[in-house]
Design a protein around this ligand. Structure first.
Ligand code: 5GP
Ligand code: ZN
Length: 119
């Protein structure tokens, strides 16, 4: 598994920085966001380091599908209210103008009763 020694999310995956784990399997690690925007806010990250959707290719098809299909189950486990009155937001910030701050690809899963801190 490729890890970047300077990457904060690689350090979290390796257990070098503590995190509140939500889920782990062979492809991904999921943990609570340290500055939540809403009652439920966690990140699903690939265990293997790559920076963003700009680096994603056909070799990541299984991984990206896995991340997206895992999100609804974990969202409900973490307390998101039932669809359609409830639901959740799935967001992948990409590049500076996309609002990306950590350059290890991650899927934000955000939900819970409104109002949210960041709408
Ligand atoms: P981005 O802006 O890159 O899409 O999102 C990065 C997210 O990572 C932010 O929401 C930020 O709060 C979260 N984050 C940054 N550093 C840490 C950390 O050390 N631990 C956790 N749990 N979340 C972090
Ligand atoms: Zn990384």
């Amino acid at each position: 598994m490729h890890h970047d020694p300077d990457c904060i999310f690689c350090k979290i995956i390796e257990g070098k920085i503590p995190s509140q784990k939500v889920h782990e399997d062979e492809l991904v690690y999921a943990f609570k966001d340290i500055h939540p925007w809403a009652p439920v806010h966690f990140l699903i990250v690939p265990k293997e380091h790559f920076a963003s959707m700009e680096q994603a290719g056909p070799q990541h098809e299984k991984l990206l599908a896995h991340m997206l299909l895992l999100a609804p189950r974990l969202a409900k486990e973490q307390g998101c209210n039932p669809y359609p009155a409830g639901g959740y937001r799935l967001q992948i910030n990409t590049g500076a103008e996309g609002g990306q701050e950590v350059y290890h690809l991650h899927l934000h899963v955000v939900g819970g009763s409104r109002p949210w801190f960041k709408a």
